[in-house]
Design a protein around this ligand. Structure first.
Ligand SMILES: Cc1cc2nc3c(=O)[nH]c(=O)nc-3n(C[C@H](O)[C@H](O)[C@H](O)COP(=O)(O)OP(=O)(O)OC[C@H]3O[C@@H](n4cnc5c(N)ncnc54)[C@H](O)[C@@H]3O)c2cc1C
Length: 464
């Protein structure tokens, strides 16, 4: 009898697992699977709105180029021609500083400069912050020797290298934009692992980036972000098209799972019960926690991870009413500025193909407590609030031809200090329970490439 697998959740993580199982089945593996998706659409947070030539991302707008797994999947799915780099020749990230947009210095990776001269000339930082930047390379030995052998918060890591102002002006809004979280709590080992490795090797992060640039020689760095011309949801659509339609059940969530002597007994929202040999739990982490609670309360307790919400308002402007925007990818709004947004993206300037000819597209991003406060509001109220906040930064904006609003409650799990240890402990419980994989953005990365990698690897591990 074929080994049966239930996949719970049809976001990118669950779909990547299903896609890989499908491939394995086609290659002769004796496995059958069913993917249960509670809502009436697949893709979870990955959603692209296409209207009148506008391609507006409702969730992720791309992924970091350094991680190859989403691009590899896209190419495998025949989307090689669709893969597009971010338009880095025009890459400027603006930071709101005392109500005005100030450009981040050239060549920054997060808050770390590749070129100190760019930081020294930047009006973004005070003399104190510039002095901290200038001193960091000279502190390489001290920083290397004093690097803690345990996890610490992102805030403490950034403070040790560059001080308080850099943390507040660029560190917190940059990480807040990705994780929507509190840098005093976020785990540096989980959310900035490459920088921790740089510290271990070089002490100074600035020297580490310079060494990387020297290794590259005259070659340009790869663009920071990658996406698909028709939007990230094309990755979802292509995976779905490659999976047998009868293996995907939309509008059927799993309400309970029980480990029995013959496997996993699952019950769905229609009351149907069925037993599977293996479960891949790819629902959001708080759903996973409640499903796992009756199976193993200790494991479920480790899934009690706080999550942060996001609210997005996207605007598409036709050629005859296109606003003039500053060059670059968008802006960040640090805490303390008179702007409720976490960030704004100039979508058509970040990626090609997002607008009809001469059109423009702007996306407003609310995170954390502000997003939570907006979630109960109507679309009209959210769009009006977004316009009001954008106006403070960009000046008056014309009437948009297309407006979208999306709410993502508790969508971004916060990897707090000690997350890695908690996940290692959780894995021990999962191994002891057996025939179970936990997939999705609560565990080993929130980015699309991480989720694709994990979903596919989990599927392959069933046959290995
Ligand atoms: C606004 C925003 C912008 C982002 N931008 C980026 C970006 O630019 N680049 C990047 O790499 N990442 C980005 N991310 C992160 C990334 O989009 C997410 O981490 C990722 O999409 C999560 O995928 P997932 O499969 O883990 O979960 P989800 O997408 O949440 O999917 C889980 C699925 O499970 C379903 N489900 C829930 N309960 C049940 C149940 N009981 N039974 C069955 N199904 C159930 C849900 O309906 C959902 O479809 C962003 C996130 C947000 C919120």
């Amino acid at each position: 009898m074929a080994r049966s697998v239930a996949i719970i959740g049809g976001g990118i993580a669950g779909l990547a697992a299903a896609y890989e199982l499908q491939r394995m089945r086609e290659a002769g593996a004796d496995v059958s699977f069913t993917l249960f998706e509670q809502s009436n659409r697949l893709g979870g947070i990955v959603e692209t709105h296409r209207q009148d030539g506008f391609v507006i991302e409702c969730g992720p707008d791309g992924w970091v180029t350094d991680k190859p797994w989403a691009r590899e999947l896209a190419e495998e799915l025949g989307l090689g021609d669709e893969v597009i780099p971010s338009q880095d020749e025009a890459r400027v990230t603006w930071v709101l500083r005392d109500g005005k947009l100030v450009a981040m210095p050239d060549g920054m990776r997060m808050m770390v400069p590749e070129r100190l001269d760019a930081v020294m000339q930047s009006p973004l930082f005070s003399e104190t912050a510039r002095a901290a930047y200038a001193a960091e390379p000279g502190r390489a030995d001290e920083l290397k020797a004093s690097a803690p052998d345990h996890d610490e918060s992102v805030a403490s890591f950034v403070r040790r290298h560059f001080g308080e102002e850099v943390l507040r002006v660029v560190g917190a809004p940059l990480l807040g934009g990705v994780f929507g979280g509190d840098v005093e709590k976020l785990s540096v080992r989980s959310v900035m692992a490459p920088f921790v490795a740089m510290e271990r090797e070089h002490g100074s992060l600035t020297l580490a980036l310079q060494a990387r640039a020297a290794e590259r020689g005259g070659r340009r760095a790869a663009t920071v972000f990658t996406s698909l011309r028709s939007g990230t949801a094309t990755l979802i659509d292509r995976m779905v098209a490659a999976i047998s339609p009868d293996a995907i059940w939309i509008g059927r969530g799993i309400v309970s799972m029980e480990r029995t002597s013959v496997g996993w007994q699952l019950q769905d929202t229609l009351g149907a019960e069925k037993t599977y040999d293996h479960v891949m739990l790819a629902a959001p982490v708080h759903v996973a926690a409640s499903l796992l609670e009756p199976v193993n309360a200790e494991a479920a307790a480790l899934l009690n991870i706080p999550s942060s919400s996001a609210v997005i308002a996207g605007f598409g402007y036709a050629a005859d009413a296109a606003p003039k925007l500053p060059a670059g990818f968008g802006f960040l709004s640090p805490d303390g500025e008179d702007c409720q947004l976490l960030a704004g993206t100039f979508a058509d300037q970040k990626f090609d193909g997002r607008v009809p000819p001469s059109g423009k597209s702007v996306r407003a991003y609310f995170g954390g407590a502000r997003a939570d406060a907006l979630i109960p509001c109507s679309d009209e109220e959210i769009a009006a609030t977004a316009k009001h906040e954008l106006k403070k930064v960009l000046g008056p904006l014309p009437e948009a031809a297309v407006t979208i609003v999306r709410r993502w409650p508790d969508a971004l799990p916060q990897y707090e200090v000690g997350h890695g240890d908690r996940m290692a402990q959780l894995q021990q419980y999962v191994d002891a329970i057996g025939a179970l994989h936990l997939l999705g953005n609560g565990y080993r990365g929130v980015g699309l490439p991480d989720l694709v990698r994990d979903g596919r690897a989990a599927a392959r591990s069933l046959i290995a």
